[in-house]
Design a protein around this ligand. Structure first.
Ligand code: SAH
Length: 381
């Protein structure tokens, strides 16, 4: 099979497009036109790049260049406005990407700070009921980390996504939703399928493209890791980087190793040391995510252990009540128990939020991304 992704323009940065243009004997300004077409106009085929002369479009097509915009295979629309996209790449592998419109000024639900703006949807026009939206992006097809409560783990890992495939998810969703940053307030979270830090180079190239070419500020991006400690150190040294979230999920090594086998390799001591050393920018905090599993890690005593772990750090904790799924043997704690856990953290001076589940009815919530297609499909927008 011809690997169409090899000649995809999406994924190339400014320097690579400049080199391509030069090797084709074209004037340098064509590189800028290509960047605009790929990342801003999100054109679907080379023939449609209206800023290029017809002859050049034909030539690029004949040479096998493609835009590389991935195909939206399916959309599932939740009652709460969340859309789960099944996005397919050139080799027919697919991942999930989630669109979460926000309009209530409530907790962001995305690993970022709780919403701070009152709703001003009237300004945005009649069809829009959100001030900002968050796109949750996948970094791998499947995942290798094997967290016991996560549906994606059941897939195993199929392959890494290229930088173009990571950015392509964002481009495809922006196009489908007819929005563009920075005019529209878009947050990105690398919290979909896969472990971004096991695909570090491609993930970081995608970040740089998203900042430079798609127009999303780095302060609007958050990457979550299950705890690949060496890459936490590396991220801290990046000149351009998203904010950091760490999936803590357990208050001690015994429990964490049961729930997240990677804790054998990078235990809590090394993880928390990396977190403490992480160089934070002005007003930045590290987020710790903590999935609450009934009767497993949701006791008051566990909350007190978390307080000891996090004490003194510029951090906040996002609590996530388990989103259930087939093949997952844990259950979701009662709301009162979640609230009691949160109170222990808050009383100790640690900002703690309960992440509002988004799109549970369509298997779009945290830990539910498994390319589930066998549920009712609502027509897309
Ligand atoms: N692999 C990275 C990126 C995925 S983020 C990471 O683990 O951080 C997905 C978040 O959802 C993680 O914080 C994870 O702990 C959480 N999660 C996984 N399964 C879940 C489930 N069934 N219910 C609620 N949250 C879950």
């Amino acid at each position: 099979m011809v690997d169409r992704s090899q000649n995809a323009l999406l994924g190339l940065d400014r320097a690579e497009l400049a080199a391509l243009v030069e090797s084709e004997g074209e004037p340098a300004y064509r590189a800028h036109q290509l960047l605009e077409a790929v990342y801003r106009q999100r054109v679907e085929s080379v023939e449609q790049i209206s800023t290029l002369p017809q002859q050049l479009r034909l030539k690029l097509g004949e040479k096998g260049f493609s835009m590389g915009l991935p195909r939206i295979e399916k959309r599932f629309v939740s009652q709460d406005g969340t859309v789960r996209y099944l996005i397919e790449f050139a080799d027919c592998q697919s991942v999930e990407t989630v669109w979460m419109p926000e309009g209530d000024g409530g907790e962001a639900g995305d690993g970022t700070q709780a919403g701070d703006l009152a709703s001003s949807s009237a300004e945005a026009g009649p069809s829009r009921n959100w001030d900002r939206a968050t796109i949750c992006i996948s970094s791998q097809v499947g995942c290798a980390v094997d967290c016991q409560f996560c549906l994606t783990a059941l897939l195993g890992v199929k392959r890494n996504l290229s930088a173009g495939e990571i950015v392509g998810q964002v481009c495809a969703v922006l196009k489908d939703q007819r929005v563009s940053p920075p005019q529209d307030r878009i947050n990105l979270v690398f919290m979909g399928m896969g472990e971004p830090f096991l695909n570090y180079e491609n993930f970081m190239k995608a970040v740089r493209l998203l900042v430079a070419e798609v127009g999303v500020a780095e302060s609007r991006m958050t990457v979550s890791t299950a705890g690949i400690v060496p890459r936490i150190h590396e991220l801290g040294q990046e000149p351009i980087r998203p904010k950091l979230a760490i999936s803590l999920n357990a208050p001690n090594d015994t429990l964490r190793t049961q729930l997240m086998p990677l804790n054998r390799k990078w235990n809590l001591q090394s993880l928390m040391a990396a977190a403490r050393e992480f160089p934070l920018r002005n007003r930045e905090r590290i987020t710790f995510e903590y999935v609450l599993l009934s009767g497993v890690n949701d006791a008051i005593g566990s909350a007190e252990e978390v307080v000891e772990l996090v004490r003194g750090m510029r951090a906040k904790v996002n609590l996530i009540a388990l989103n259930p799924g087939p093949g997952i043997s844990f259950s979701t704690p009662e709301q009162e128990r979640v609230a009691a856990f949160q109170q222990v953290l808050i009383r100790a001076g640690i900002p703690a939020f309960v992440r509002r589940p988004r799109g549970r009815d369509i298997y779009a919530a945290c830990g539910q991304l498994k390319r589930t297609v066998e549920i009712a499909t609502a027509p897309g927008p």
